[in-house]
Design a protein. Sequence first.
Length: 257
Amino acid sequence: MAAREVLPTTLMDIIQETPRVCTFRLALPEKSPFSFQAGQFVMASIPGFLNTKGRPVRRAYSVASSPKDLEKGFLELTITRVGEGGFFSNRIHECRPGDTIHIDGPYGSFVLRSADETPPQRYLFVASGSGIAPLRGMIRTILMEGRKVPVSLYYGYRNASDFIFEKELTDYALGRPDFELVTTLSRGEGTAIEPAGGLPNVRKGLQGRITRLLPELIPKADGSEVYICGPPEMVGQSEAFFRDAGYPEERVHKEQW
């Protein structure tokens, strides 16, 4: 991975998503040429934060915002505070608005297909935990560009308090009948697969890992374009499900963390 020019950004805002997850909104320098495709990642570093060899500590984070948000002068990184062993994540959670964060990139081939290509019958997103970050950037792009294609998001997390971007994603589903939202909890109590609040496109807080529920949620292959992101085991199991269900390989895109 060839290094790109390091770009200094200013931390505009810190948005508390869950008890352990924050979104860091970074302001780009005026007239910055930086650009990216939805789904790509950047390398982040903090001035003066060095490793034992005196080199900057750099970590990879998917951009959680849309390229369209660059028109407003910012991008967002959504970062989980790991705790013990989370060397960089702990440090960035100590930053405050006005601090400088360096980024370089973009990197990665896990990207949303262009609006210029023939649209799929549906965009289908499958995420677990913080794997929602790049998918949220893709979803924002689809909606901000006004693509006339249905969207489904199947998102699994541990407990009810771990739903990252809960208000934003729920508002999308409540406001659009062609936006399907299904969330599952791998721990704690859940419910059967039943529509919530009389809305057939919103089912929140189901019980079990998202991979276990995929056969019930997707009874047969369709013309969906699939994007999967999460831990390696979840990504591998999801990819295997879509392969066995008959989805063409070129229609299934994945990124594992």
